[in-house]
Design a protein around this ligand. Sequence first.
Ligand code: KG4
Ligand code: ZN
Length: 353
Amino acid sequence: MPTQAALRILGIETSCDETAAAVVENGRFILSNIVASQVDIHAQYGGVFPEVASRQHILTIYPVLEQALKQAHLDINDVDAIAVTRGPGLAGSLVIGVNVAKGLAISSGKPLLGINHLEAHLYSVSLMERSSDVGIAPLYPMIGLIVSGGHTELVLMKEVLQYQSLGRSLDDAAGEAFDKVARLLNLPYPGGPSIQKIAASGNPMSFQFPRAWLEGSWNFSFSGLKTAVLREVRKLERFQKPLPVADLAASFQQAVVEVLVEKTLRAAQEFKAKSVLVAGGVSANQCLRDTFASRTNIPLYIPPIELCTDNAAMVAAVGYHRYQAGQFDDLDLDVIPNWPIAEVGIGKGQVLA
Ligand code: KG4
Ligand code: ZN
């Protein structure tokens, strides 16, 4: 078991449409965090175009890596390990990051760590500690809500690296619902920030959109809500009325936020959680952040806005814990496009961290 004062992990993230590399010290201090976003390229398609995403990763991964090492004032030989997102995500995108990581591991002789992307989102909050004088020691058991474009997952985190999946979205992920409803309302991609912006001038009580509580389970469903918005839009169009876009956006946002906050806090109570963590792209939503802050009576961790969306610092942060636990991967590491968080760590031996 390596014990070092400063353990530096190079993180690589290419699971969707961000090409990212970062160097993080001791799972906490960001030495560099480079994200090359493809948002402008995919905006013309109204969503991520997988083939375009992987081609773009190929073009940007090396410059992004170089910049991450340069900004950290390090050489590849100075880092202790290479952590890379292995899944879940788009197969063609994941493969670029994983192969580059393997190449670097072979050429530098550094160990390789394959990381779960959902798990990584959970550790984005540890990176907050850098700017804070008071280090956050996460309180377990913790309820984690991961809300992104691809996933809505409620997790019980009993300890560092130990997860139990409680529930997930049975259809659209929360971020996907934001993106689809934005398209319905002719708002630009990505939909989350567009809806948040216009919702600020709308009335969230204008439309009573349905909330799918799915009582008795910790799962979520957002497709009925999306269909309800579609029906309302079609109705208004039939009557040739101008769309009250701000009111529709605010009412939709309110419905999503209410369900996410209520179910997460119910789970926190049920499992006697000592803290609540919210992460993933949708955790950048101000209405969600404010509602959680006003309703949660135990410590609440939400990453700063810039760490909510995909980045490689969070991948490096998990890499630190896996390194400490001696959970390395072999060079035959392959991508797992559908990799449930509940299966992370299986076959990795005992968690020692
Ligand atoms: O975590 P992320 O960067 O990528 C995935 O792993 O999916 O999340 C991207 C998602 C998109 O669906 C985007 O619309 C949503 O996060 N998002 C937001 C906001 N910022 C990003 N949703 C609601 N409000 C926001 N402010
Ligand atoms: Zn993500």
